[in-house]
Design a protein around this ligand. Structure first.
Ligand code: SF4
Length: 119
């Protein structure tokens, strides 16, 4: 091994990270997929929020379930919550798709549960 001090300025301080598309991108400490509630279909039964309490909560203005944290519960517990949903409105999705899904949801006019239908 040489004792050349100039080497310190030629060696990279950190290895370049090469992405392969399979890494968890957002909060994915536990998994590479995200839980998503289609709030336009949710009937507000609260089942999911009672099963996976660190993932789902009832949004107070609309009375529908929403995922508030992606790494709060194990995948199996979230799957159990998904299986309890009577209208099948919870899905596993890619983290990369969450922004698009939120935008699509905001474009829909969702009524708060408990209010009479529009005339
Ligand atoms: S189980 Fe389904 S319908 Fe019930 S609150 Fe959760 S998302 Fe909504």
């Amino acid at each position: 091994m040489t004792n050349n001090s100039e080497l310190a300025f030629t060696v990279k301080a950190q290895e370049e990270i090469k992405r392969n598309g399979k890494e968890p991108i957002l909060g994915g400490q536990l998994r590479t997929k995200a839980a998503w509630v289609d709030e336009s279909l949710c009937i507000g039964c609260t089942y999911c929020s009672c099963v996976a309490t660190n993932t789902f909560a009832m949004e107070p203005n609309y009375g529908r379930a929403r995922v508030f944290r992606q790494d709060g519960d194990s995948s199996s517990l979230i799957q159990e919550a998904i299986d309890t949903c009577p209208v099948n409105c919870i899905d596993w999705v890619k983290f990369e798709d969450l922004d698009t899904l939120r935008a699509q949801l905001e474009a829909k006019s969702i009524r708060p549960l408990g209010l009479p239908p529009l005339r």
